[in-house]
Design a protein around this ligand. Structure first.
Ligand code: SF4
Ligand code: SF4
Length: 355
């Protein structure tokens, strides 16, 4: 009988029962992927869950999400088709198609090949094999243009995720020193700074170059699932802020900077743009309540709040561009040691009232 199967066909078949177990497990995983893909597609396109139809999900993000589902569906169908045809050829006793593997799912599609010649079934089996393997290689290349890169980056991102208390903010050494000075009446304000104490060249972040590599890794790891945004109280109350958009904007700007560097022989040429202002607005940044709900909700340990806080720090410390209410409060803290507009000397006046 004619067969297109190569001589190295199923080279791991000598593993015997282990091989049967592996092939059977892959088939069960494949059918589970197909069921999951159908459910996810329905949630995105028929039920249209709120978190999938937010403004930042229009255009490419929506297409990308669906494209990934279509590719996965096709790859799994090709895998089961390949195995079903293979199983049929094994049953027919075709040369090279030695009995190997177990086919708990694809055995149900073998009737589709009834009445076909061995060479036709072999052609189907080989075609499905090649399309499946080439499809996987193409899909791996597509990952770098897609949010699906998270399937590779989720592991290192989770490993490097913040494990300290969620509400803990990092303090700036120079600011801490100033506050201590204010709190200590005996301190000498003209004393030389402690050895090793330094002030950063720039406070906070206005562009991706100011963010840490973990924050940049976060942006490439985002699955765009929207769990953070659906938990965000600012977003729920109609504010512009969406923590998912913060991560998507950071990744988009990073891509733009990368292309700029590629086009300029490894150097970044100022393009008159930055993350804050051109991608993320001040309105979004100041809408954040710093509640950490987005950080808690993220399945892959992404911290959108850290980017928001770095940008706020830039606005306050570099630009003095906080909202007026906050500026008043910060001025009061600086001058009165409290958020209220009263002198420290008047703090206990209320104890005299009514006397
Ligand atoms: S920390 Fe800010 S961005 Fe995150 S959920 Fe709370 S309000 Fe939204
Ligand atoms: S929850 Fe995490 S992965 Fe999902 S959109 Fe938000 S930041 Fe991205």
């Amino acid at each position: 009988m004619v067969s297109l199967a190569p001589i190295e066909y199923r080279i791991f078949a000598p593993l015997g029962v282990l091989y049967d177990f592996l092939i059977g497990s892959f088939e069960i995983l494949a059918i589970l992927v197909i069921v999951a893909v159908v459910v996810f597609w329905i949630r995105r396109n028929i039920i249209r869950l709120q978190r999938f139809i937010k403004p930042e999900m229009k255009g490419w993000p929506k297409k990308d999400g669906n494209m990934i589902l279509y590719i996965e569906l096709v790859l799994m169908i090709l895998f089961l088709t390949m195995n079903g045809a293979d199983f049929k050829l094994q049953q027919m006793g075709v040369e090279y198609y030695t009995v190997a593997g177990s086919f708990p799912i694809s055995q149900f599609i073998t009737p589709l090949f009834d009445g076909m010649s061995a060479s036709s079934i072999s052609m189907i089996e080989r075609t499905a094999w090649w399309l499946h393997i080439v499809g996987i290689l193409c899909f791996l290349n597509y990952l770098y243009y897609s949010k699906h890169l998270h399937i590779l980056l989720a592991f290192p991102n989770t490993y490097f995720g913040k494990i300290g208390p969620k509400g803990q903010f990092k303090n700036l050494e120079s600011v801490t020193a100033e506050v201590k000075l204010m709190m200590d009446p005996t301190a000498d304000p003209f004393a030389a700074p402690a050895e090793g104490a330094s002030s950063p060249e720039k406070f906070g972040a206005s562009d991706v170059m100011d963010l840490s590599w973990v924050q940049l890794l976060n942006s490439y790891t985002c699955t765009e699932c929207g769990r953070c945004t659906s938990e965000c109280p600012a977003n729920q109350t109609g504010k512009k802020l969406s923590p998912r958009k913060i991560m998507m904007d950071t990744r988009d700007r990073l891509e733009e900077v990368g292309k700029n560097i590629d086009a300029n022989q490894g150097e970044f040429k100022d393009d008159g743009k930055q993350l804050l202002g051109d991608y993320i607005t001040n309105e979004e940044i100041w809408a954040c309540t710093s509640c950490n709900a987005c950080v808690e909700a993220c399945p892959v340990s992404i911290d959108p709040l850290s980017i928001i806080m770095d940008m706020r720090q830039y606005l306050v410390m570099e630009k003095s561009a906080a909202p007026a209410e906050l500026n008043n409060m910060m001025g009061n803290i600086e001058n009165n040691g409290a958020p209220w507009p009263f002198s420290q000397m008047d703090r206990v006046n209320w104890t005299q009232e009514g006397r």
